[in-house]
Structure formats: structure tokens, C-alpha cells
Design a protein. Structure first.
Length: 72
């Protein structure tokens, strides 16, 4: 019974370790708790996209407003 519980405990820890790494698309035996710069890169890309979309939407708004003013 001790062997079974010990095996389940060790298997659960190893399975959790490998499962976290699979979920993060990292090598299986790497440290799943290590800080990676990918989140910073992701946030930087999101900020750039948000800024780009904001500029484009402002341009579209101004163009459509000008078109409406010209029409009337």
C-alpha cells in the first residue's frame, strides 16, 4: 500500500511537471516555474497592435466625418 501511494505521488508530480510544460509549449524537462520573457514580448506586441488599430480607427472616423460633411 505504501508503494502504491508513493508511486501515485511521484507519478502525479512528474505528470504535473510535464503537463505544465506541454501546455506552455516548452521542452518537457525544463523548469515550468521559470520566468520567461515571452509574456513581456506578448504584451509589447499587443500594445503595438492596439496603437495601430487606434490610429487606423481614428483615420477612418475622420475620413467618414469629412465625407459626411462634404455630402451635406
Amino acid at each position: 500500500m505504501k508503494d502504491l501511494l508513493l508511486g501515485l505521488l511521484i507519478g502525479g508530480i512528474i505528470g504535473l511537471w510535464i503537463g505544465i510544460n506541454l501546455g506552455k509549449d516548452q521542452p518537457l524537462m525544463s523548469n515550468p516555474l521559470a520566468e520567461k520573457g515571452t509574456m513581456k514580448d506578448f504584451n509589447k506586441q499587443i500594445d503595438e497592435i492596439q496603437e495601430s488599430v487606434s490610429k487606423k480607427s481614428q483615420e477612418l472616423y475622420n475620413d467618414s466625418k469629412k465625407a459626411m460633411d462634404d455630402a451635406f
